[in-house]
Design a protein around this ligand. Sequence first.
Ligand SMILES: O=P(O)(O)OC[C@H]1O[C@H](OP(=O)(O)OP(=O)(O)O)[C@H](O)[C@@H]1O
Ligand SMILES: NC(=O)CC[C@H](N)C(=O)O
Ligand SMILES: [Mg+2]
Length: 492
Amino acid sequence: MANGRDDSHHISGPTEKCGVVGVALGDRDAARPLYYSLYALQHRGQESAGIVTHDGFQQHSHVQMGLVGDAFSASDLDGLNGQAGIGHVRYPTAGDVTKSCAQPFAVSFKSGSLGLAHNGNLVNADELRDELENFGHAFTSTGDTEVIAHDLARNLLEEDLVRAVKRTMERIHGSYALTIMHDETVLGVRDPEGNRPLCIGKLDDGYVLASESAAIDTLDGELVRDVRPGELVVLEPDGSGFDSYQLVERENTAHCFFEHIYFARPDSVMNDTLVYEVRRGLGRKLWEEAGVDTDVVMPVPDSGRAFASGYAEAAQEDDASVEFAEGLMKNRYVGRTFIMPTQDERERAVRLKLNPIKSTVEGKSVTLIDDSIVRGTTSNQLVQLLREAGAEEVHMRIGAPPIVAPCYMGINMATREELIASDKSVDEVCDTIQADSLSYLSIDAVSEVLEKSRSDLCLGCVTGEYPYDIDGEETDRDISRPVVGADAPADD
Ligand SMILES: O=P(O)(O)OC[C@H]1O[C@H](OP(=O)(O)OP(=O)(O)O)[C@H](O)[C@@H]1O
Ligand SMILES: NC(=O)CC[C@H](N)C(=O)O
Ligand SMILES: [Mg+2]
């Protein structure tokens, strides 16, 4: 892969992406709110978790491998002093899966301290790293996040904070949603294409930045709005407000449609729409485009659920007799990501994760609804399982288009060779998973339900054409240079 990581140990599926948070509060420490909000974003990354705070005099940092609940003890949190801070949960896409690449990345330099948390993936990290090394910067990790931190540190030697961020944004290419701490000031930055999500929330005594609004809910806050593509948000250190700077503008965005399909929590609001409702809408569309008459409609838990509820609702409007059943039970102790080196173990893991309730399928024709097929491990296994449990027919309906190409923007979706649909027609995939029929949702339906034109979405994984300049890949647009925005605070 372009990002150089070894994908071979992931069980199945498009695995997680990172989550970032930042808070500035009036008169209490930031550590616990950061910890709770990272808990709310745990689904986005499970390899490491970290928090960096600043107490007005010095920076405090605690970063550990593992889940949020295991990475911090009460005394770790007590040691993270200060009313402002940032946090991160990591699913690695660039660099080692070791503590050296865990985030937030923290450095102290001539003009102050810097902490940086990144969700996304740069496509020109190697180039920038070489350049910075030639200027004498010494790197301690192999990831792309440290490149952003060093570039910003360098720019801060010559520019004020806003101009330094702008200069870095003009140099880094790819996807990024960042929370940054410069001394006790917390910043949020979203890439000019808006590929990765970031939103602003208001608390009783401060402000919060987070990858998903579910983290704001956890803190009993209110979603203010999404950070705009190319925008820098600077939180007042006393929690009294925030300033906004539109630093870089592009003609088109490149929102990741997969956030809405799979990654985000269904209870998060993105692009002003509840993810759950988008998934239900996609499910309804799936019935319209590719409905099949069966006795039962059944979701593949977890992320197939909302799709199946929309699909079944639309199906029932047309034919009241069709039943909706939760016929697959998920073992709640098996997470999304699994360290499984062989296909045999991946298959066992699916078996461990999902078990059918016989009475819901015995002697019936079943429509199984999932959000996506990546390697095909899950669908292949489930079709056999349902047949063994007595299903007479098993039809698969998928709430996304076929995934035919890798993601370079921060999702580990496997290489082309591993993607079941990369070199197969829909009928061939259907034969491989041994379903009675298979249909995917069209790209146009995704664009319609998300209310975004195709030219404002990143569809690289379903078209093989990317909105970025990636070595060896086609692009779907004129990659324009940034149109530089005003430095003055934007109205809010
Ligand atoms: O074709 P595959 O390679 O098997 O990947 C596709 C599956 O992976 C994802 O689920 P996952 O198990 O990651 O998580 P979920 O429980 O949140 O749906 C996705 O929802 C599909 O079910
Ligand atoms: N999943 C992500 O967003 C990863 C962020 C960054 N590229 C890293 O690997 O640490
Ligand atoms: Mg799934």
